[in-house]
Design a protein. Structure first.
Lengths: 300, 280, 459
């Protein structure tokens, strides 16, 4: 026993598990257990109003139904557009704002607070506000656009051509603050010496940004990118409050589809199947990111 | 020459400040609408063109919210209690787990972490009913435990802390070991203080989420006296339509503590590692 | 050393806190106690009402109406008179998440509702099929409640086993609400019986400047639905052959009516109304629209001049009819379905309260615009409660005529998959109204999708 204790690797393992134990125990109970149950549901029909007796085995039927579900395919497409547009926009804007507001302005704290404000407020209240701002005929946004001489401003939430982008704009407006705050925290971790050294070498500010700031922030970017991708694939609140997936399914997203299936149509098993497909997609995206982050870090 | 350079950079700084200020104002326009609406009557909410400054200030909306039939202070106290306990506990468990995932090389670390991450990817909607059944069985339903307990262990917190600990140089750990510090002391006395900006970030973010959380409290809590702020907001959803002015007055009230929190936390942001003189 | 100690001490403390948190989880006694003391008014009335032996039953009653719009008064009245049976009202919001809350609560083992309201035949059918509701026949007989005399058995759905699973507490009345000032300016009178074409003509005439001719709350109704119901009041989505009724000429007429009103700018475009969360009270009472096919409930907003300052009267007309001489009342009919939770431990007590509620209690809901379902309720009293002090805002004569009329109320007791059929209708309607497909294509797709949805449910 004593010998075992002397072994460094044993102590390392023990310490590691003791450190994660508090978190892990809660994780198993409150996160993993319900998830495993939802995995079981994938192969079942469950009319949950009947309690556990409402569960009946259907094998792979839920997955077979996916291919002929036009809403699922449309939602998948909308989610992809949503993620591809909103995530890079939030990251880039958040990074630029963080760098600028870290040093280069007066009234830093006030400006940071104002830009972070959308993120801290409740998404439901914010969605209500935006749906009023977006009103096509008498909303303030189109009022301003008309004043600038645009006679046919977009219909925003009321038109299938613009509704998804209206929601994307609002989501970026919300998540800029999130990206900015995490980047600000990340920036504090970069040693000043690095910048001083490169200044002596005569590097321009722009060069410093790309050669020092961006690479040093890689773990932070990884964090922001992963979380934003996950959340953008799960975007729910704005759709539920503002458009309910319409007009003509132009803002139908997977999590709202899942929600309708589960709670309006009581198809809990099928909803679980859609969820696990969504999971698989995000998982693959994350794995790719994970690998590329490793390569990035080796690079430095 | 140096004088001029200084003046130029001051000018540049002013210009950037102005640009940022304009941007910031655009960002907060919806809030200005929210505040202005909270002082109106329902019939004026959708008036065209918009009165940004209400013609008559209806302070009674706030009186109704705070002292009316759904007194807001009860929801306030509940939200503060739940959010406070949850956030404090979550920061501790997350920091520990994040540290282990970043800096202790134990067996199965990567697999376990990936498993952690992947569970963030299941949309919450399908977990709502399974979780309800679990909690009902544990007799947690209609108690604040149903919100506090799961909030103590978050994957996001672990992820965030792991990412920040991983930016700390490994030499720190080695230096600690040379001094004879154990794992706990290295974590608690050397590494944790250096991640203060991350801790503050985690604090603000998780505080925000729990403060605004809607779905779980909706399903888990039943007595109005246990309600949190977002549930309190549903009091103003009428059978046909929403009472917008009261909703907005309540939303402004609910937002204020967060605003104060962000302003206060700003101070700690600035005193980051950069100022504590960490060698890279 | 000291620091290290405090650090490890805090660690131990944290762990024990977590563990005790887990352990205590099983014990939730303290929260109901805390809740009782937190609301002084309730606890005060409870204290005074407690009988000598201290064995009061507490019933949990869930409904969708905010407590301050009636239910709290009703429950308080009951509690004062019945110290042995105390009723606690919990409000759930009648939307998807709110109904989920109710349904999970019904499944729960702790503090489950004893008595609950269901809104809509579709949800009622689901809950009955899932076995959440108690059959009421024995309880009704025990309580001596005269279903036929008070509500009328023809006004309650017959379930396959022939039993009652709910009793309706409210009678909705649909009406076309008209801004009287605009009506007089147009030189028109409130129509007594009219067709949908006449409705469109009046809307066109009332459409002036900023004020649209008509409006609908898109979350509640569309003209397709309304016209279809006036043509076929019973199970309007289902044709006589059991297939979907989406090829009915009435539905087509309603859809075309809405499209033409929208295209002429006489009503707001459907997709804009949906995105902008249009409500009838807001459009009608702020002068944005002159007329709306809606329900009596709007009265509560008409009287709320604090929130909707206005000085014009609102008049009430019966719904236009698809066939001359019809008297269908869309939007009207029995509502507020009261059911007893199958797992309730106090079913007799619940029935006692329910029987009181249906005969007397629900009169307390009238000021909020809910008319009692009881046949014995006094029509003159209802009218005077509805109007209250606001004779200058409500056209008394037309309201009284509206209340006195007898109508055929649309029902959908035997529509299979109603939620799915409604979704089919709404989706194809939206495509038609946005110009993405012509009317014939819309009707054709609706019909075939509707038929296959019904077919799929039968399997």
């Amino acid at each position: 026993m004593r010998q075992l204790w002397r072994r460094a690797s044993f102590r390392e393992n023990l310490a590691g598990y003791l450190f994660i134990l508090p978190n892990l125990s809660g994780y198993f109970l409150f996160v993993l257990l319900p998830i495993l149950f939802s995995l079981y549901l994938v192969f079942n029909d469950w009319e949950y109003l009947k309690g556990f007796s409402g569960i009946s085995w259907v094998g792979l039927d839920n997955f077979k139904a996916l291919g002929s579900d036009p809403k699922f395919l449309k939602a998948l497409q909308n989610n992809t557009i949503f993620t591809v547009v909103s995530v890079p926009a939030s990251i880039i804007l958040g990074l630029v704002l963080a760098v600028i507001l870290n040093k280069h302005v007066y009234f830093k704290n006030t400006l940071r607070t104002l830009i972070f404000l959308p993120y801290v407020s409740s998404l439901v209240a914010v969605s209500v506000i935006w749906s009023i701002m977006y009103r096509a005929s008498d909303g303030p946004i189109n009022q301003v656009l008309r004043n600038f001489g645009i006679s046919h401003p977009p219909g925003w939430l009321s038109s299938p051509d613009s509704a998804l982008f209206a929601i994307i704009i609002m989501s970026v407006w919300v998540t800029i603050g999130y990206a900015m705050v995490i980047y600000l925290a990340g920036l504090q971790g970069i040693s000043k010496d690095l910048y001083e050294a490169s200044e002596i070498d005569g590097a321009s500010k722009l060069r410093q940004f790309f050669r020092i700031t961006v690479p040093m922030l890689t773990p932070t970017t990884f964090l922001i990118a992963i979380t934003l991708i996950i959340w953008s694939f799960q975007v729910f609140g704005p759709v539920a409050v503002m458009t309910q997936g319409g007009p003509i399914d132009s803002t139908m997203v997977l999590s709202y589809h899942i929600y309708l299936l589960a709670f309006r149509y009581y198809k809990m098993g099928y909803a679980a199947a859609v969820s696990w497909v969504l999971f698989a997609i995000i998982f693959v995206v994350t794995l790719i990111q994970w690998q590329s982050q490793k390569r990035w870090q080796q690079h430095f | 020459m140096a004088e001029r350079k200084k003046r130029n950079s001051a000018l540049l700084k002013t210009i950037i400040t102005i640009v940022m200020a304009v941007f910031a104002v655009i960002m907060v326009i919806p809030f200005i609408w929210m505040i202005s609406t909270s002082f109106k009557v329902n019939g004026d909410v959708f008036k065209y063109p918009i009165d940004w400054i209400p013609k008559k200030w209806h302070f009674e909306n706030y009186r109704e919210v705070w002292t009316g039939s759904n007194p807001f202070y009860i929801f306030y106290i509940n939200s503060i209690k739940i959010t406070g306990i949850t956030v404090a506990g979550n920061i501790l468990t997350s920091a520990m787990a994040g540290y282990a995932f970043a800096k202790i090389k134990f067996k199965g670390r990567n697999v376990l972490f990936l498993m952690y991450l992947s569970t963030m990817m299941i949309p919450g909607q399908v977990l709502l009913v399974p979780r309800f059944i679990l909690f009902d069985w544990m007799k947690l339903i209609n108690t604040h435990y149903s919100l506090i307990l799961p909030g103590l262990f978050t994957v996001f917190g672990t992820f965030l802390m792991r990412q920040f600990f991983s930016t700390l140089p490994n030499e720190l750990m080695e230096a600690g070991r040379v001094d004879g510090a154990g794992y706990w002391r290295t974590f608690w006395q050397i590494c944790l203080p250096l991640t203060k900006p991350a801790l503050v970030t985690l604090f603000i973010l998780t505080f925000t989420w729990h403060w605004n959380e809607y779905e779980n409290p909706l399903i888990f809590l039943r007595d109005r006296d246990l309600y949190t702020l977002p549930l309190g907001l549903t009091s103003y959803v009428e059978e046909f339509g929403t009472n917008y002015v009261l909703t907005m007055a309540a939303s402004v009230s609910a937002l204020l503590p967060l605003l104060v929190l962000v302003v206060v936390c700003q101070k700690w942001f600035v005193e980051g590692i950069a100022s504590s003189g960490l060698k890279g | 050393m000291k620091k290290a100690f405090s650090a490890s001490a805090s660690f131990v403390l944290a762990i024990s806190l977590l563990l005790s948190g887990c352990g205590k989880g099983g014990n939730n006694e303290e929260s109901p106690a805390a809740s009782a003391s937190a609301s002084p008014s309730e606890s005060a009335s409870e204290a005074s009402a407690l009988p000598a032996d201290g064995k009061a039953i507490t019933l949990k009653f869930w409904g969708g109406v905010p407590p301050e719009s009636g239910p709290q008064n009703v429950v308080d009245t009951w509690n004062k008179a019945n110290p042995d049976i105390q009723v606690e009202y919990t409000r759930y919001v009648n939307d998807d998440p709110g109904n989920l809350k109710l349904e999970t609560a019904l499944l729960s083992n702790t503090d489950a509702p004893d008595l609950f309201m269901t809104y809509g035949d579709d949800r009622m059918t689901k809950r009955q099929e899932a076995g959440m509701t108690e059959p009421l026949d024995d309880l009704i007989a025990q309580a001596g409640f005269d279903v036929d005399g008070i509500i009328g058995s023809e006004n309650i759905k017959k379930f396959p086993d022939g039993k009652y699973y709910y009793l309706p507490a409210n009678k909705n009345i649909g009406a076309v609400l008209i801004n009287m000032t605009a009506l007089e300016a147009a030189g028109e009178k409130i129509p007594a019986s009219w067709s949908w074409d006449e409705f469109a003509a009046l809307a066109t005439k009332l459409n002036k400047g900023e004020m649209k001719g008509t409006t609908l709350d898109p979350a509640l109704s569309t003209f397709g639905d309304l016209v279809l119901q006036t043509a076929k009041a019973k199970d309007s989505y289902i044709a006589e052959d059991g297939k979907s009724n989406f090829n009915s000429p009435a539905l087509k007429k309603g859809m075309e009516l809405q499209k033409s009103l929208e295209d002429q700018g006489i009503m707001m475009k459907y997709s804009e109304a949906v995105a902008g969360k249009i409500t009838v009270q807001n459009e009608l009472l702020t002068g944005k629209a002159a007329m709306s096919a809606s329900q009596i409930y709007i009265i509560r907003y008409i009287k709320d001049v604090q929130n909707f300052p206005h000085d014009f009267k609102i008049g009430f007309a019966p719904y236009p009819q698809f066939t001359a001489g019809g008297n269908v009342n869309p939007g009207g009919g029995m509502g507020d379905y009261m059911s007893i939770n199958k797992n309730s431990k106090n079913k007799e007590a619940v029935m006692k309260f329910m029987s009181w509620y249906l005969q007397e209690g629900n009169m307390g809901m009238t000021p909020g615009g809910r008319i009692p379902s009881s046949k014995k309720a006094d029509a003159a009293q209802i009218a005077s409660i509805l109007i209250g002090e606001d004779k200058n805002l409500i056209d008394e004569e037309s309201l009284k005529a509206m209340l006195a009329g007898s109508y055929t109320f649309p029902t959908s007791y035997d529509v299979p998959v109603p939620t799915e059929l409604k979704a089919v209708y709404r989706e194809e309607l939206e495509k038609y109204l946005l110009g993405a497909q012509p009317i014939d294509k819309a009707v054709e797709t609706m019909k075939s999708r509707g038929d296959s949805t019904i077919q799929g449910a039968k399997k």
